[in-house]
Design a protein around this ligand. Structure first.
Ligand code: SF4
Length: 756
């Protein structure tokens, strides 16, 4: 058994009393989202209300999941917390680093060979600290979580934006940065702004060529990529109940594409069926005892406008299949309108590749429905035009689909490629022949994201998103404007044939089966496990704790860079080729602030170094100051650090000797990340003071030695001509955060407490 039944039972035991407390403070019927949020408050049962879209709240998630790219730094940090084991059940999944090229067997071996040091590091850390490890080839994080760990009414966080997939089993599951995962694994609270709530009422039933995917493609068209920001999307209504649990998972998965915090559905029979089919009847039995708490109150769903911040209604009876794209998942086009729109926009119509799978759409139901299209076409003598690629979501699905003949159905496609159970083409891990030529072309897939370069690295690949069954039909036609509802295909005898509507099975009639599911259970006692990191590695580096504060004022500091305008976490710690170094702080620090514009010359990555007197790249300049023992500060503009919650953007400056970041305003998550890493994050009391900072200034802190909550800090700028300015800076550190600063980082403090 991989899931933690005791933990789930404990959560459920507390539900009735916590729901009663939530009802008491809120004084109204409750949505499902509120029930899950208010039963997971860090301080226990609710004693106050929190304002949606405004209050910051501490939560206690039940689980943590990490994927291999983000797990590296998260676990390197966790190792510093001084804990023997993780505080909540956690898993890591080797799925992002395996490239798709020729097919599962050789691709998997190549992936293991290329990434062996990362995989063995993850394996040993997981073993030591009580974390379940899903080995390369075991599957994609979110499919594996749905199959093994998600449970109705639970709350989890994961270091991947599509963690939200677990809403298909009625969870509040949220994608976060590594630092948040570390906090929760180390036994700390996790903070989130109380989300707003969007209710989506589904009426009618899916029919013909429409599938669950079309619901979220339609929703994306309505709400756009920003419409769900700061919100939980809660689905309800008869139409919601009629969907399979994995169909619900697909809808929640792509909630990330509308920017939603997460999406969820109430507990129902589809979840019971799925939990039972995946070996979790015990969870069903436990959930059934508190079933009324695992869905929204009837009055909420009867009068949704009163209880949600926004309500949308979609009639599944009249919903049509959609193709969304290119380059953005919210450009939604019903299949019947596609031809005209494609012509008007000069989108390439012919396709060479069609892809099915990813964490979004690789359930047994998805594969069975897509296979039914292929079988029908083969029986009618139709030869496929495009190449069909399949990346199953897990070994359990792959094994079962293979046993039940679906993979053989796909193999009847002359050019079908069954890729590894991993992310592959969904995250640019696709060695597509000819992509480097950059030719304008189109592909279709059943994944979630379709931004430029996402699949094959070619900025001119127009990627369209559709349901697996529509992807299969379009692969047969080789044309994006093929509408299987109205159009015909020509078979080998020259006859015009029409495809049957897709048919499939929600769950395998003979049950799921698997040989080796790829799970590595952690050691019972991990104290003797040795973590394997080669000191010569350029991809992994054990972390050294940051130095505690010496209690003194920072003096004679230099301005490393005064950033002009937008400075996101991507400007501070660029992605792309740097992803390779996510587990090596010193190497990845060579990308520090290389995307930021230097306000003194309006160029990127060229700053004046006051030791050498020369213009240098930002990381190189920081290293010169660090070697000379000269503290530095970074000055910035508004909303500094917006973008992803990547902790590298705070760790790199800390590593390269930056002592303070002083800006007009912060993106809140980045400000918190700076605090956690033992850095000073300050804002100008008077924004105009930004202009006082000159390139050759020396900066002295005048009263940092009296650092206290709510007390502004005074800085003195000594200009090159000897003149001086004094400025007031503000901060938002509370006493606990000042204690992090004193200790050198939040993790240092946790470690000190663990060692007491
Ligand atoms: Fe992310 Fe795609 Fe992997 Fe899903 S399959 S976890 S969306 S990269």
């Amino acid at each position: 058994m991989t899931f933690d039944l005791d933990m789930i039972k404990k959560v459920y035991e507390q539900y009735p009393q916590k729901i009663a407390a939530a009802r008491n403070v809120l004084g109204k019927p409750l949505t499902l989202s509120e029930k899950i949020l208010y039963t997971h408050l860090w301080d226990g049962a609710a004693s106050q209300t929190f304002e949606r879209g405004n209050s910051y709240v501490d939560f206690a998630p039940d689980r943590v999941a990490m994927q291999d790219a983000t797990a590296q730094m998260a676990l390197l940090q966790f190792m510093q917390a001084g804990k023997a084991k993780v505080a909540v059940p956690s898993t890591a999944h080797a799925d992002h680093l395996i490239q798709a090229r020729v097919g599962a067997e050789s691709d998997l071996q190549d992936g293991i060979n290329k990434n062996s040091e990362v995989f063995s590091f993850l394996s040993s850390v997981c073993d030591k600290y009580g974390i379940g490890f899903w080995k390369p080839g075991a599957g994609i994080i979110h499919q594996v979580v749905l199959e093994n760990y998600a449970f109705p009414g639970g709350m989890m966080i994961g270091t991947d934006s599509h963690t939200v997939n677990a809403g298909g089993l009625g969870m509040v599951a949220i994608g976060v940065g590594g630092a948040d995962a570390v906090d929760v694994m180390a036994g700390m609270a996790w903070e989130l702004k109380m989300p707003k709530l969007i209710g989506i009422k589904l009426t009618g039933r899916l029919n013909g060529w429409t599938s669950a995917k079309d619901i979220i493609l339609k929703v994306a068209g309505i709400l756009t990529v920003k419409g769900g920001t700061g919100c939980i999307v809660e689905y309800f209504g008869d139409g919601a109940i009629s969907l399979s649990a994995t169909g619900k998972g697909t809808i929640c998965n792509m909630g990330a594409e509308i920017g939603a915090t997460t999406s969820t559905f109430g507990y129902d029979d589809s979840m019971r069926r799925y939990l039972s089919a995946t070996g979790r009847q015990d969870v069903v039995d436990a959930a059934d005892e508190i079933a009324e708490h695992l869905t929204g109150d009837a009055e909420v769903y009867a009068n949704p406008e009163q209880y949600f911040d926004q309500v949308i209604e979609i009639d599944l009876d009249t919903l049509s299949p959609h193709l969304n794209g290119p380059f953005t998942p919210d450009l939604a086009t019903p299949v019947a309108e596609f031809r005209e729109k494609a012509l008007a926009n000069d989108w390439p119509i012919n396709i060479e590749w069609a892809l099915i799978g990813s964490c979004t759409n690789s359930s047994y139901e998805d594969l069975s429905r897509a296979a039914s299209i292929v079988e029908d076409a083969v029986a009618k003598g139709v030869k496929p035009v495009a190449i069909l690629g399949i990346n199953p979501g897990s070994e359990t699905v792959r094994f079962t689909a293979d046993r039940d003949g679906f993979l053989d159905s796909f193999r009847k496609f002359e050019n079908a490629r069954i890729f590894t159970n991993a992310c592959g083409p969904c995250i640019g891990q696709w060695d597509r022949e000819g992509a480097e030529k950059g030719e304008k072309n189109s592909i279709i897939h059943s994944f979630n994201r379709n931004f430029a370069k996402r699949a094959d690295g070619n900025p001119n690949t127009h990627a369209f998103v559709a349901s697996p069954e529509l992807v299969a039909a379009i692969a047969l036609a080789g044309r994006l404007d093929f509408n299987p509802i109205t159009d015909t295909l020509t078979n080998q005898n020259g006859e015009e044939i029409k495809l049957n509507e897709p048919s499939g099975m929600e769950l395998p009639p003979k049950g799921f089966d698997v040989g080796d599911n790829g799970f590595q259970a952690p050691a019972e006692d991990g104290s003797g496990v040795v973590i394997k990191v080669n000191p010569e590695s350029d991809r992994l580096q054990l972390l050294t704790p940051f130095q505690p504060w010496d209690g003194k004022n920072i003096t004679n500091a230099r301005v490393l860079i005064k950033a002009f305008g937008k400075c996101t976490t991507d400007h501070i710690s660029m992605a792309g080729p740097w992803l390779k170094y996510r587990g090596h702080l010193d190497n990845i620090s060579n990308n520090m602030l290389i995307g930021a514009i230097n306000a003194y010359n309006m160029e990127t990555n060229t700053v004046k170094n006051m030791v050498t007197g020369e213009y240098m790249e930002v990381p190189a300049s920081a290293r010169v100051y660090k070697a000379e023992g000269i503290p530095t500060i970074v000055v910035g503009d508004h909303n500094y650090g917006e973008g992803s919650s990547r902790e590298h953007a705070a760790m790199e400056p800390r590593h390269l000797g930056v002592k303070a970041v002083l800006v007009k305003s912060f993106a809140r998550i980045h400000e918190t990340n700076l605090k956690k890493q033992g850095m000073l994050g300050l804002t100008f009391n008077n924004e105009e003071d930004y202009n006082l900072f000159l390139e050759e200034d020396t900066i002295n802190f005048l009263d940092l030695d009296q650092f206290a909550p709510g007390k502004p800090l005074l800085l003195e700028l000594v200009h090159a001509d000897g003149s001086k300015d004094q400025i007031v800076t503000n901060h938002t550190y509370n006493q606990a955060q000042i204690d992090w600063y004193i200790a050198g980082s939040a993790l240092n403090l946790i470690a000190a407490e663990a060692n007491k």
